[in-house]
Design a protein around this ligand. Structure first.
Ligand code: GAL
Length: 387
């Protein structure tokens, strides 16, 4: 019976993977101008019937997560455990199906990066009910007791690094500031925004920056610390949903609404690399924008090229190798029956989830070569114009 159920689940998943492959027109695409990352081979549920460590990632439509898959595969070659990586394609129902398929294969540890931090609670609970240890990877799962550990970058520091980069480059008063945020369903979007606000708010209050694209942010600009609800109001207005096209459409609408005097030398808080590239392209195309400083995050290859070319100012480099190794080491420790090492905790609304945190590095034109090429993260042959 159990075997039959497992076979049925594998079949359902294979079918849904095939279905998802044929619906590409509905999926967000990277604009042509942003260049393209190599797409990893589409994952099939592995033919092996057992899985020790199941890994569920949010989407293949952002190079960031393809990068994680590659790094996981590299890291896992050195362990004896069987592993399977599945993608949820921005769909919480599919995410839960993926988790169920892995449970049916006997998964003992789940490493999951939620598409939607609240909706993923159901998937985590399904795993927990079967005795699986649940590790939230990069994004916290909220509102449930069913998360054992959280492996993450320091996301407040990510936002602070972005804010600081903008603040360090603004001279005088009245610099136009355009704010963009990630998806409200992603807990990280709040942490990134909180970090950026920590640095930008005093500079808005003292007149260095003037917010040009969010009435909610303007209404709250004198508050040094925002509640989650207050942040949700701003994020609701300036969210990109982590989607290149949504980012582009919003930026276009903001520039259409803005007067010439609201442009000139502008400062843009963009929440990650994919959205940074499409927002940067949109601002670059506006004749009234004389110059722009724009943030980013993830050190995606296409953005590294943008930085070399002077089209994106910076990125926050999150060394996925470290995060992947932390997650794998944690999984292996758990499989051996030992307790993994943690460095702190994050409250998910219900419990404090023990966490292992990793630092981030700011990368711009001045250190792109040393941080990303000389460190062995990317080969120089992937880029043009590197000196
Ligand atoms: C976040 C993640 C970032 C970024 C973003 C868009 O949760 O921490 O690295 O990639 O999602 O997917």
């Amino acid at each position: 019976m159990k075997k039959l159920l497992a076979m049925l689940l594998v079949l359902t998943m294979t079918l849904s993977l095939v279905a998802c492959g044929t619906q590409t027109a509905d999926q967000p695409k990277e604009p042509e101008t942003t260049g393209s990352e190599s797409t990893a081979p589409s994952e099939e549920p592995s033919s092996s019937n057992t899985v020790d460590v199941g890994i569920v990632l949010p989407t293949k439509d952002e190079p960031r997560w393809i990068q994680d898959e590659t790094r996981f595969k590299d890291a896992l070659r050195s362990t004896d455990y069987s592993v399977e990586v599945l993608f949820s394609q921005g769909d919480s129902a599919k995410e839960k199906q993926n988790v169920e398929a892995l449970i049916a294969k006997g998964m003992k540890v789940l490493i999951i990066c939620a598409h939607d931090g609240a909706a993923a609670a159901a998937a985590a609970e399904a795993a927990k009910a079967e005795g699986v240890t649940v590790i939230a990877y990069d994004r916290l799962i909220n509102g449930t007791e069913a998360v054992d550990y959280y492996v993450t970058f320091d996301s407040i520091a990510v936002g602070e690094a972005m804010g600081q980069y903008l603040a360090d480059r603004a001279e005088g008063k009245g610099n136009p500031l355009y704010l963009y945020a990630g998806a409200a369903s992603d807990n990280n979007a709040f942490l990134f925004f909180e970090g950026a606000w920590n640095v930008l708010q005093p500079k808005i209050a003292d007149g260095t920056f003037v917010i040009k694209n969010s009435s909610e942010a303007v209404a709250l600009q004198n508050k040094a610390t925002l509640t989650r609800d207050e942040m949700a109001k701003i994020i609701g207005q300036v969210t990109t949903n982590w989607d290149f096209n949504e980012a582009k459409n919003k930026a276009e609408a903001h520039l259409t609404a803005a007067k010439k005097a609201d442009k000139g030398d502008v400062f843009i808080l963009a929440p990650n690399d994919g959205t940074a590239r499409s927002i940067a392209d949109t601002f670059a195309a506006d004749p009234d924008v004389t110059s722009y400083v724009i943030t980013g995050q993830d050190a995606e290859k296409a953005s590294v090229q943008y930085i070399i070319d002077g089209k994106q100012s910076m990125t926050v480099f999150k060394d996925v190798r470290t995060l992947v190794n932390d997650a794998i080491n944690m999984a292996v420790t758990i499989l051996k029956g030992e307790t993994p090492e943690t460095t702190g905790a994050y409250n998910n609304g219900v419990i404090d989830v023990k966490a292992k945190q990793t630092d981030v590095i700011v990368v711009d034109k001045t250190n792109v070569k040393s941080a990303l090429i000389d460190s062995g993260y990317y080969p120089a042959s992937e880029f043009t114009g590197l000196n």
